[in-house]
Design a protein around this ligand. Structure first.
Ligand SMILES: Nc1ncnc2c1ncn2[C@@H]1O[C@H](COP(=O)(O)OP(=O)(O)OP(=O)(O)O)[C@@H](O)[C@H]1O
Length: 197
């Protein structure tokens, strides 16, 4: 990308990281948030699960009823949503806008369906495709991570093909970062994010 194109996209404050499971998105973000603890806002997700002791509505989650959640789905208010253990969880467009209003920058870590739905909203974002060096390396990293069952790894690898194909399309991203060497990938990410004040 030319320096001019790079700086024009980097002025946008919403940064969207996507890429297959195991590409290294969480690893890169963890490092970024550690180095810049006050720079980034987080959108507060909606959930239908009950608050746990100490959780505050609007802080950990926006706690809503099933009816409220399903109405919001019908009104296209979510960038992405899913059900886990019988409860809905989702990221709303409004939650992202609220986070952006309070912080200089906001980062989302989502999948390609989420990317497609953000592109249909009026949110102005910079898209970062985090790619593994190869499918073989991705598989090795998922196995070494030791967080998933064999079945879950197989599903993640199946989904990875479509994520990678989507990410490699020119229009899908502003920058593609191949996460081979972690230090180099991290430098590319932080340079991209901070190339404009
Ligand atoms: N450059 C790298 N070199 C070697 N290992 C890496 C590199 N980047 C990440 N890893 C390791 O690969 C594994 C997958 O990384 P990570 O969990 O950050 O992926 P992810 O994209 O966030 O996945 P998910 O979408 O499932 O949350 C982790 O065990 C991490 O430590």
């Amino acid at each position: 990308m030319s320096p001019a194109a790079r700086s024009s996209t980097a002025t946008k404050r919403l940064i969207v990281l996507f890429g297959p499971s195991g590409a290294g998105k969480s690893t890169l973000l963890k490092r970024l948030f550690k180095e810049y603890p006050n720079e980034f806002g987080f959108s507060v997700s909606h959930t239908t699960r009950q608050p746990r002791p100490g959780e505050v509505d609007g802080r950990e989650y926006n706690f809503v009823t099933r009816d409220q959640f399903e109405t919001a789905i019908a009104n296209n208010e979510f960038i992405e949503y899913a059900q886990f253990s019988g409860n809905y969880y989702g990221t709303s467009v409004k939650a992202v806008k609220d986070a952006l209003a309070k912080h200089p920058r906001c980062i989302l870590d989502i999948d390609m369906q989420g990317v497609k739905s953000i592109k249909k909203t009026d949110l102005d974002a910079s898209y970062v495709f985090v790619s593994p060096p190869s499918l073989a390396v991705l598989e090795e990293r998922l196995r070494n991570r030791k967080t998933d069952s064999e079945d879950s790894i197989r599903k993640r690898l199946e989904a990875a093909r479509a994520e990678i194909e989507f990410g490699n399309q020119l229009g899908s991203h502003d920058i593609k970062i191949v996460n081979d060497n972690l230090d180099e990938a991290y430098k590319k990410l932080s340079d991209f994010i901070f190339s404009k004040p």
